[in-house]
Design a protein around this ligand. Structure first.
Ligand code: BES
Ligand code: ZN
Length: 465
């Protein structure tokens, strides 16, 4: 077997176009999966490919005696669609190195970060084939489409995930020398609403004034969903939100980012943050309701005097710790129904839902007494290893994005997660010219190795029993 070369492996992985959202990429999904199956097998892991209605989930296990600690490493092999293709400087699925970065769709989300942990395991097992650690890679292919198969999978396979904790990198950090240990993810609720007025588009002169216009009804309905301060105006929306701890605000304050710079990066003159929160806090601690798309009527060139028959809006809410997606979804649907103006009919479709997640690291005032002792050790070693490899101690921050399966693993299997943020703002996730910083990759491998090595040593000492 050739020596394991992380960069070469990552290039091969990126070259397989594994877009989960589009069935035209079925071959790329299969190729990416086969690449992983082969790579895991080369490391001596036992690979199981679990079929799902859509894209199979991979489990790759390093088995061992029950007294060895067990770590689950999570990642996803699916990527976002690459379009708009004309904006890529090098083709999306032809991985290309430029200025210390590797460009290609999925380089940062999530193939590079997954390869960091895979490489760490390869190096550890090469150096110590007897490493007393059980490892299970859990790699899904539906993360970018809301992980519809994951909960049903957990119900039948959770006995294989009887572990101490989950290790993953699918979150971000602000700079290549300032790594974040992610302590929370927002949840998500998606709803699509359609308003129907007259049975067909109408002449706005012949019938205008006689009927409610579905677009007018829609904008009134949408406008009712926030108050003048930008707070979400749905009864009970904030009721279950857990209070932000002082240590969490203190960590955000150490980000060292200036609001003016953030505004400039976003291309806005002023922020739309709710009172009491800086923009850096708002994305981490506040739930939102966003309009993701809104339409109806004539969108073409020139004018058209029409009353459209239909209007539609796509809404998503990001949720924070304490909030329950089912509860918020019901409250949103109820509010839409109650406030829908007379003269139009409302139909709602629900899309994916995911719960928020929050974990409190060791040595905090609110650290839970039952935090897994191996996870506590892993946090401490991650802190030391990041400080040494990257030159600065990590920040402990919640994140605005969502990886809904992390909450499912907590609720259904009892597993907490150690999340090390490895992508950077410049990595262009979900956008053209996605890339992964190769310096972060190399240091990330060192950090991951140290964490896994440390957990194996803790188990060998049996001090944790
Ligand atoms: N890796 C991201 C989540 C993420 C993005 C975390 C940025 C932290 C910072 C993940 O692949 C993703 O895009 N998730 C979706 C989830 C959705 C499809 C249910 C998201 O957050 O929109
Ligand atoms: Zn993503």
């Amino acid at each position: 077997m050739d020596a394991f070369d992380p960069l070469r492996k990552l290039k091969e992985f990126i070259s397989y176009p594994s877009v989960s959202a589009d069935s035209a990429f079925a071959a790329g999904m299969k190729d990416a999966r086969e690449f992983l199956e082969k790579t895991f097998a080369e490391l001596g892991l036992v690979v199981e490919t679990v079929p799902t209605p859509l894209h199979p989930i991979l489990l790759a296990r390093r088995e061992g005696p029950a007294e060895w600690p067990h770590v689950v490493i999570y990642g996803h092999y699916d990527v976002q669609p690459p379009d708009p293709l004309n904006l890529w400087e090098s083709p999306a699925f032809e991985p290309t190195e430029r200025d210390g970065r590797l460009y290609g769709r999925g380089a940062a989300d999530n193939k590079g970060p997954l390869m960091v942990h895979l490489s760490a395991v390869a190096q550890l097992l090469r150096d110590n084939p007897d490493l007393p650690l059980r490892i299970t890679f859990l790699v899904e292919g539906e993360e970018e489409i809301g992980s519809p198969s994951f909960v049903p999978f957990l119900e039948t396979h959770k006995d294989k995930l009887d572990a101490e904790f989950v290790l993953l990198s699918d979150t971000g950090s602000p700079r290549p020398d300032q790594i974040v240990i992610t302590t929370g993810l927002r949840g998500i609720v998606c709803v699509e609403a359609e308003l129907t007025g007259p049975r067909t588009d109408l002449h706005s002169g012949v019938h205008g004034g006689a009927v409610e216009n579905p677009l007018r009804a829609l904008v009134r309905l949408c406008a009712s969903l926030h108050d003048a301060d930008g707070r979400v105006n749905i009864p009970g929306f904030y009721d279950a939100v857990t209070e932000v701890q002082p240590w969490e605000r203190e960590q955000v304050s150490r980000l060292g980012q200036r609001e003016e710079e953030y505004a400039e990066f976003l291309g806005v003159d002023t922020f739309g943050t709710t009172p009491g929160f800086t923009p850096f806090e708002a994305v981490r601690f506040q739930p939102t309701l966003e309009f993701n798309g809104l339409g109806g009527g004539y969108q073409g060139e020139g004018s058209k005097t029409v009353i459209p028959s239909k209007a539609m809006v796509k809404i998503s809410c990001r949720l924070v710790a304490g909030q329950d997606p089912q509860d918020i979804q019901e409250k949103l649907l109820q509010t839409l129904r109650e406030r829908c103006p007379a003269g139009v009919k409302l139909e709602c479709r629900t899309a994916h839902c995911g719960a928020p997640y929050r974990v409190v690291p060791p040595h905090r005032p609110d650290t839970p007494a039952n935090l897994n002792p191996y996870l506590a050790k892993a946090y401490d070693e991650a802190d030391r290893a990041i400080t040494e490899a990257f030159g600065n101690a990590p920040l402990y921050l919640r994140e605005g994005g969502s990886v809904p399966i992390i909450a499912d693993l907590k609720t259904l299997v009892g597993l907490d997660s150690l999340m090390i943020g490895l992508f950077l703002p410049e990595d262009n996730l979900h956008a053209p010219n996605e890339s992964f910083h190769l310096g972060v990759m190399e240091k990330g491998i060192t950090v991951s190795r140290r964490i896994l090595q440390h957990i194996a040593e803790q188990g060998a000492k049996e001090s944790m029993k």
